[in-house]
Design a protein around this ligand. Structure first.
Ligand SMILES: Nc1ncnc2c1ncn2[C@@H]1O[C@H](COP(=O)(O)OP(=O)(O)OP(=O)(O)O)[C@@H](O)[C@H]1O
Ligand SMILES: [Mg+2]
Length: 262
């Protein structure tokens, strides 16, 4: 956790030249850290991850202000395969696996799509050693996996490309709490094993702040709060707004509207 790996500096993203997806997002991912993004529906979390990975181009969107640099190199005008080659992989919010392929085929397809890599992080790792549960299910159709197993497969597929930076959009969406705990623990283990850097979008403030080193709270396309996760978890305003006894998305959405702008 020494130097910035990724820097997002004041980006604005517009869809179809006019619709503003995010208006002013800045964030940093330090090497070897886990950085979490929290925020209500439509706050711009997916837009930001897709801007970093280059996939916004597929949504007729582009970065219209600011810049994104990865290991000192500008990437905000790069296309997805160029960004993937630099070592950034994404687990998307939806359509993260091929349901009609087996577990093993999913991982092979992902590996083949990105070719051989030489940069750090996961190089030469046996993906099944990291995910023993998936090893037991190699021949099973991915469409038959449970939600937690699918997410694990999506993460394993992304890691099979040996990324240095893993982006995960909605880690726990639709998963039972016990599954989420297990998944979060696995991610911490993998980060340690691979010295991976992770930028994760997570709807549960509790989980996000617990598993990350740094966190950003997005609101209406801007960063409303940012800091060390441990500090944010102790912050009374965060406790009141995001860490209340109930923290469903809709309740968070209502509460978040009360957060003061920086
Ligand atoms: N393909 C698109 N075309 C036009 N506008 C879009 C598109 N995708 C997202 N937007 C808009 O950009 C803004 C940010 O959306 P985004 O999906 O990034 O939010 P989010 O924080 O990921 O929300 P959620 O929690 O619901 O996943 C929203 O106003 C949304 O309507
Ligand atoms: Mg989203």
């Amino acid at each position: 956790m020494t130097c910035p790996l990724l820097r997002v500096d004041g980006i604005e993203v517009r869809y179809q030249r006019s619709i503003v997806g995010v208006s002013d997002i800045s964030l940093t991912v330090m090497a070897g850290s886990i950085t979490a993004i929290l925020g209500t529906n439509g706050a711009g979390k997916t837009t930001t991850l897709r801007a970093i990975s280059g996939f916004i181009g597929l949504d007729s969107a582009r970065v219209t202000k600011g810049q994104i640099t990865y290991q000192g190199e500008r990437i905000d005008s790069s296309v997805p395969h160029e960004i993937a080659r630099l070592g950034i992989a994404i687990v998307p919010e939806r359509e993260k696996i091929f349901p009609n392929l087996t577990v093993a085929e999913n991982i092979l397809v992902s590996k083949a799509a990105h070719g051989r890599r030489t940069h750090q992080g996961g190089g030469g790792q046996d993906i099944y050693a990291l995910f023993p549960r998936l090893a037991e299910m190699k021949g099973r159709l991915a469409g038959l996996l449970s939600g937690g197993e699918r997410q694990m497969l999506a993460i394993a597929s992304a890691l099979s490309c040996n990324p240095s930076l893993l982006l995960i959009d909605e880690l726990s969406l639709g998963l039972a709490p016990v599954v989420v705990e297990d998944l979060a623990q696995q991610i911490l283990n993998i980060r340690d094993a691979l010295n991976l850097s992770i930028l994760v979008v997570e709807q549960s403030a509790h989980l996000a702040l617990e598993m990350s080193d740094f966190a950003y709270v997005f609101e209406n396309g801007r960063v409303a709060l940012a800091g060390r996760s441990a500090d944010l978890a102790r912050d009374p305003s965060v406790q009141a707004l995001y860490l209340g006894t109930s923290h469903s998305r809709h309740q968070n959405a209502d509460l978040a509207q009360q957060v003061e702008r920086p």
